[in-house]
Ligand binder design. Structure first.
Ligand code: CP
Length: 310
């Protein structure tokens, strides 16, 4: 296993992203055929080390690892020695001593996977760190867009809602602007990062203006668990009135605009059920399917060292 990591979209380049998407496309076909490719990671060990809850990311890394033949261990942090006071670094050093090859890490502190990457032999994959990055989410979103729009450039993408706390938003606008798209961040001033002026995106506080003519509308979850200080949003009901994605606001986007959401969704807060479940506008379920293929592609690329060798 090469000692390379996937810590963020920063560090990737357009050719590397395209190569990852092409590889993931092969895995979409493989998964749909019901076949597996269990030789690639045979004898390798993948540990899912999640300090925050997850449904999609953890399950899809488990499926991806198993479909490629790895031994997959899901560590339950709440029942591990972390609850007895063991530090993040000591936990990682313990797993490293067991000759783990791939360490998939989710943590509430930005930079935790990068810190671990300096300390362990395993390849570290960032599965979401604080408000920093969630790179495999952005790659699976990119694959979903490319499959539905036929391209991943020259599109207008509106990312809406709680931008301030969203690692998904950050990884997405890094990837999407790098690939030549126009990204709009849409939300209240209280939920925009302070450095928003230097991000190479446009900012809209009026959702209808932000959605006007957009090809893609991506709604984000309102992350109340990260709002230690109150007062960022008046109430869920008021947030929905101004920034909830419903049919009336979606009508400002292009007639064939796609609706995306990384999940988990808060229906009636950032998105209306009629939009989330729309039979041909919503690609939310497809995002989940692409998640398995993209994570197989990332594991494949790390195992072979193909994307990280310039
Ligand atoms: N999109 C995402 O990261 O979902 P989970 O929290 O369920 O993994």
């Amino acid at each position: 296993m090469t000692n390379r990591h996937l810590l963020g979209i920063q560090g990737l380049s357009p050719p590397k992203i395209t190569a990852l998407l092409d590889l993931a496309e092969n895995y979409v076909l493989l998964n749909r055929s019901g076949k597996t490719q269990r030789d690639l990671l045979r004898g390798r060990t993948l540990i899912n080390l999640f300090f925050e809850d997850s449904t999609r990311t953890r399950t899809s890394f488990e499926l991806a690892g198993k479909r490629l033949g790895a031994d997959v261990i899901n560590m339950s942090v709440s029942t591990s020695s972390v609850s007895k006071g063991e530090t993040l670094l000591d936990t990682a050093a313990t797993l490293n001593a067991m000759n783990c090859d791939l360490l998939v890490v989710r943590h509430n502190q930005s930079g935790a996977p990068a810190l671990l990457a300096q300390k362990v032999e395993a390849s570290v994959i960032n599965a979401g760190d604080g408000t920093h990055e969630h790179p495999t989410q952005a790659i699976l979103d990119a694959l979903t867009i490319r499959r539905n729009k036929g391209r991943l450039e020259g599109l207008t993408i509106a990312i809406c809602g709680d931008i301030l706390h969203s690692r998904v938003a950050r990884s997405n606008f890094l990837l999407l602007t790098m690939m030549g798209n126009q990204v709009r961040l849409v939300g209240p001033p209280t939920l925009m990062p302070a450095e928003v002026g230097s991000l190479g995106v446009t900012v809209h506080h009026d959702m209808r203006e932000g959605l006007r003519g957009a090809d893609i509308v991506m709604a984000l979850r309102l992350q109340r668990e990260r709002m230690s200080k109150g007062g960022l949003v008046p109430s869920a009901r008021e947030f929905f009135a101004f920034y909830g994605l419903d049919a009336e606001k979606l009508a400002y986007a292009k007639p064939d605009a796609l609706v995306m959401h990384p999940g988990p969704m808060n229906r009636g807060v950032e998105i209306d059920s009629a939009v989330a479940d729309h039979p041909y506008r919503s690609v939310i379920k497809e995002q989940v399917e692409m998640g398995v293929a993209v994570r197989m592609a990332v594991l494949d690329a790390l195992a072979r060292g193909t994307l990280w060798n310039d």
